[in-house]
Design a protein around this ligand. Structure first.
Ligand SMILES: Cc1cc2nc3c(=O)[nH]c(=O)nc-3n(C[C@H](O)[C@H](O)[C@H](O)COP(=O)(O)O)c2cc1C
Ligand code: SF4
Ligand code: SF4
Length: 256
């Protein structure tokens, strides 16, 4: 039996949460990186007795489109999936429901799901430094409960999750990073952008139409050259203050 971590984590918050679940299985975990567009996801076929920890961030209350497109290509063959939606203290809305639909259609059996809070990757003042110690302890407890259920083969016929269909409409956010003067043209951001929105031959530019505002380029640039417009993010944070300020809980969905 293999354990897979199938993740889309542009800035690492989702990965932090997924690792807490991976650790609960005490064995080597293979990673499938949904931000890596060079992978031929059609070639990935999981075996029935494998377990997949599938973790995505919530973007606008949805599964990020590119993550959904890559996931849809993977064949589940009845493997068990643990669904994780990571959100920045506003809400995850339809993310888990959408993830369940994608995985079920791909032949996975959805064993359990978790919604977990991590620092907001655009407005860092929301859920700052989460998952914190308390979160990580709680996520470990969730992971142990899920592992026990799977070992006892108690997989729900249908995992009931919150969310609505049609899903919440999401058309992206107008916050797109660009490189400032101290860019050394090292090309790292262009290589790591999940949607190839940064031209390799001119990495100080950004294709606004392709960019999904995932903030990976901002978080990995070694010279801190890529920045978002401060005024736009301040306005966005002001608008979202009410819905994002109160500490939100992590949630476990495990069926009956
Ligand atoms: C484009 C974008 C949209 C987001 N939309 C939401 C949202 O609707 N609700 C929320 O609570 N957090 C939202 N967030 C915050 C992320 O879900 C959160 O910071 C997550 O940890 C990012 O994952 P990562 O660190 O793996 O990149 C959004 C972040 C980005 C970049
Ligand atoms: S990672 Fe930073 S320094 Fe390197 S090309 Fe991109 S913006 Fe320039
Ligand atoms: S250019 Fe846009 S999509 Fe690409 S890494 Fe940067 S924020 Fe993400």
């Amino acid at each position: 039996m293999n354990i897979y971590k199938i993740i889309f984590s542009p800035t690492g918050g989702t990965d932090k949460v997924a690792n807490q679940f991976a650790q609960a299985f005490d064995q080597e975990v293979k990673t499938i990186d949904l931000t890596d567009s060079a992978t031929d996801f059609h070639q990935i076929s999981i075996a029935e007795d494998d377990i997949c920890i599938v973790a995505v961030p919530s973007f606008g209350g949805r599964v990020p489109t590119i993550a959904a497109e890559h996931l849809e290509k993977i064949t589940g063959n009845g493997a068990k999936a643990i669904l994780i939606a990571v959100f920045g203290n506003r809400a995850y809305d339809d993310t888990l429901l959408e993830l369940k639909t994608i995985l079920t259609n791909g032949g996975f059996r959805c064993a359990a799901a978790v919604a977990a809070v991590a620092e907001h990757s655009i407005m860092h003042q929301f859920a700052q430094a989460r998952p914190d110690k308390k979160d990580l302890e709680e996520l470990s407890r969730f992971a142990k409960q899920i592992r026990q259920r799977i070992e006892e083969n108690r997989i729900p016929e249908e995992l009931i999750l919150p969310g609505n269909h049609p899903y919440r409409e999401y058309n992206g956010v107008p916050i797109k990073p660009v490189a400032k003067k101290n860019c050394t043209k090292c090309g790292l951001c262009a290589k790591k952008c999940p949607v190839q929105a940064i031209p390799l031959n001119n990495p100080s530019e950004t294709d606004y139409k392709k960019c999904i505002s995932c903030m990976r380029c901002v978080s990995i640039c070694p010279t801190h050259s890529r920045k978002v417009n401060k005024i736009l993010t301040t306005i966005a944070a002001y608008k979202m203050k009410k819905s994002c300020s109160e500490r939100k809980a992590n949630e476990l969905f495990i069926g009956v």
